[in-house]
Design a protein around this ligand. Structure first.
Ligand code: HAS
Ligand code: HEM
Ligand code: CU
Length: 546
């Protein structure tokens, strides 16, 4: 394993992805801030901008663009760091993928700004956008596939040279994440290519709405693990090195990733519990599988506690919680991802509530759900990605994280947590009182219940404003680390496995078995209901409500 900096060209590839990701973060956050103010009743949007137009921009730029670009950049950097310089093929695929994704993002964003695609990031039919919106999204997905092919080939070349050895953990995880992504995006590709594009071009009049939504969530749920797994890569492999400890168990980490490949996908119905037209039995089955996919997260929590405790005790900690004091609290490379972990405890618990049938009736389509994912993706994942940026960006640009930027990073993290505590806390609470998500400011004719929601929506705006300040801080830090911080070297931390851990069984690397099992589970969970939907669900013409 090489410990020096990445090959400069590999570094540029990763950096290009991260740069687009942060631009999307900035634009998306402006929309988020405005939304929070609109909902509190303190702002009316000028210049004919619609609330849903903003919300579409926010969801697409943050949930789809910021995440995907950052992740692919990070995965490429991780592959290069642990399997050696990228092969010419992998590098070329990475750049072709990058440009396809960037052009796709540009087309999609322009369509949203032109108000021709105000269909939200879930683009539910029968809302009908300009075909170019869907074409842009297709380019993003196809670009990510090309990048995936580059990573798979890089991995295959390493495997050939190192027969009989388990691959480096970070590369294994990158490959698992991309496998999950490819299987998941097949669903969205099918609905976009065969349903949305022909329909939005007017080649067919009607669309099977339920089929399109089902294919969307076949993709939409594993999508959230595509965001989460790179954060887990940081927690399992990078954090142990930063805290001066060791990885608790290589096998456990790999098994967790394999379980995500198996159970992430056949669970989309937990977003459709209240969708009519799907037989309760199949919903029940997918909910059971949803509870299976909680297991690898619980394993992760266990492994992290073990890592923290073992490393603390090796440094002389005593008592039940003495190890907490041995953690490097003033190092933002640790502190930001750690706060992400902490937030994932209520975030994950909220997910379990959502997935429980009766409780879903209470929370579905309320601001509770919006609160849930601002904890999971917008805090757990986002803070971990910030945590990665603090060392990855200077590592790639040959600069250093100065004590001043480190301190600013700590303040940034604190701001994010306070802002999100207020915003997400208010969303969760007012959601339980019935306040709907995806709704601009309205008092429903001064209905007493709706008036009761308003103070919470004001708290949301206060939280949103604090979050926006934190966005400006992270951008300041990242730009500094990219172009202005002092020249130097910044380590790409990769942890070693604890010597007490068991040897990794090679079975875990047998992708044929895992992909095969994943396909079997998908076939079991989806075949009958999808046939039923194709045969029986009615089709609808398109609508443009904006
Ligand atoms: Fe979710 C809706 C269920 C996880 C994101 N989710 C959403 C949406 C998004 C989203 C974006 O079943 C909305 C989509 C839309 O626009 O409609 N979610 C779950 C479940 C989990 C879950 C069961 N979600 C996530 C993650 C996301 C995410 C992760 C993004 C990254 N979610 C749902 C359901 C809905 C839903 C329903 C539909 C709701 C509706 O009706 O519309 C599970 O994966 C959660 C498992 C996690 C845990 C936590 C483990 C804790 C760990 C941290 C350990 C901490 C340490 C530090 C070690 C069980 C690993 C502590 C140290 C100390 C010293 C204290
Ligand atoms: C929705 C605020 C950051 C992902 C929303 C809503 C608000 C909001 C007010 C809309 C509620 C509604 O009417 O339903 C903010 C603020 C942020 C921020 C102020 C920080 C400055 C993020 C981040 C992500 C994210 C970092 C993801 C990485 C989403 C998603 C939606 C959403 C996916 C749902 C869009 C939809 O329903 O179509 N946000 N947010 N947000 N936010 Fe954020
Ligand atoms: Cu889900």
């Amino acid at each position: 394993m090489k410990n020096t900096a990445l090959h400069p060209n590999d570094g540029k590839l990763a950096l290009a992805h991260i740069a687009v990701g942060y631009i999307a973060l900035f634009l998306g956050a402006i929309a988020g801030l405005l939304q929070a103010f609109v909902r509190s009743g303190t702002l009316e949007l000028p210049a004919g901008i619609g609330y849903y137009q903003l919300l579409t921009a926010h969801g697409v730029l943050l949930a789809l663009v910021f995440t995907t670009f950052f992740i692919i950049g990070f995965l490429y950097a991780s592959m290069s760091r642990t399997t050696g310089d990228l092969t010419p093929f992998a590098k070329k695929a990475g750049w072709i993928g990058f440009w396809l994704m960037t052009i796709g993002t540009a087309i999609t964003t322009v369509m949203i700004l032109l108000n021709k695609a105000t269909v939200l990031y879930t683009f539910y039919a029968p809302l009908k956008a300009s075909p170019w919106f869907y074409i842009g999204l297709t380019l993003v997905v196809v670009g990510s596939w090309v990048s995936g092919a580059g990573m798979f080939s890089q991995y295959a070349v390493w495997k050939k040279k190192n027969e009989g050895k388990p691959s480096p953990l970070l590369s294994f995880m990158a490959v698992a994440t991309m496998i999950l992504w490819i299987i998941a995006t097949l669903g969205v590709a099918v609905t976009v290519l065969f349903q949305f594009i022909p329909w939005s071009f007017g080649l067919v009049d009607k669309i099977n709405v339920l089929l399109s939504r089902t294919l969307f969530w076949y993709f939409g749920h594993p999508l959230v693990y595509f965001w989460l797994l790179p954060a887990y890569m940081c927690w399992y492999v990078i954090i142990p090195k930063i805290i001066g400890g060791k990885i608790f168990s290589d096998s456990l980490a790999r098994l967790a990733f394999v379980l995500f490949v198996l159970f992430s996908i056949p669970v989309g119905f937990h977003h459709q519990i209240l969708e009519s037209g799907i037989t309760p039995f199949w919903k029940f089955l997918q909910i059971v599988l949803t509870f299976m996919v909680i297991v690898p997260s619980l394993m992760t929590a266990f492994a992290l506690f073990a890592t923290f405790e073992i490393s603390g005790r090796e440094k002389g900690a005593s008592g039940l919680f003495g190890w907490v004091k041995k953690l490097p609290w003033t190092d933002v490379r640790f502190f930001a991802p750690f706060m992400g972990m902490l937030v994932f405890i209520p975030g994950g618990a909220g997910g379990i509530i959502n997935a429980s049938n009766q409780m879903n009736q209470v929370v579905h389509n309320t601001l509770w759900v919006t609160g849930h994912f601002h904890l999971t993706v917008a805090t757990t994942v986002a803070l971990t990605f910030f945590g990665i940026s603090y060392w990855l960006v200077p590592h790639l640009t040959g600069r250093t994280l100065t004590p001043r930027l480190n301190k600013l990073g700590i303040i940034q993290t604190v701001f994010w947590c306070i802002g999100m505590f207020l915003m997400s806390g208010a969303m969760h609470t007012v959601g339980l009182f019935g306040a709907p998500r995806r709704t601009a400011y309205t008092t429903y004719g001064d209905h007493p219940q709706a008036l009761e929601w308003m103070s919470y929506q004001t708290i949301m705006a206060v939280g949103g404003a604090i979050l926006f300040v934190a966005i400006l801080m992270i951008l300041y830090i990242v730009i500094n680390l990219a172009v202005a911080a002092p020249k130097g070297t910044e380590e790409f931390p990769v942890g070693e496995v604890h010597e007490d851990a068991e040897k990794t069984p090679l079975l875990l690397e047998n992708w044929k078995i895992w992909i095969g099992l994943s396909v079997v589970l998908i076939v079991i969970a989806y075949t009958v209901p999808v046939i039923d939907i194709i045969e029986n669900a009615p089709s609808s013409p398109g609508f443009k409500f904006w």
